[in-house]
Write a protein of this length. Structure first.
Length: 60
């Protein structure tokens, strides 16, 4: 990659970052029962993202 290409990509990335606030919108209703989550074990057990054995679920 040339310096000119890198600069062009940096300019595109900068424009993308500056456009993010205009592209965001609030969530009106996402259908999630927050109260039910307070007592739930949403994490389950710890897993390693790089060890497939830890995140695969055994089939009964």
């Amino acid at each position: 990659m040339t310096i000119a290409e890198a600069q062009a990509e940096a300019i595109k990335f900068h424009a993308l970052l500056r456009s993010l606030p205009d592209r965001l919108r609030g969530i009106e209703d996402f259908g999630l029962n927050v109260e039910a989550l307070k007592d739930a074990n949403v994490a389950g057990q710890a897993v390693s993202a790089i060890d497939a054995v830890t995140w695969q679920v055994a089939v009964p």
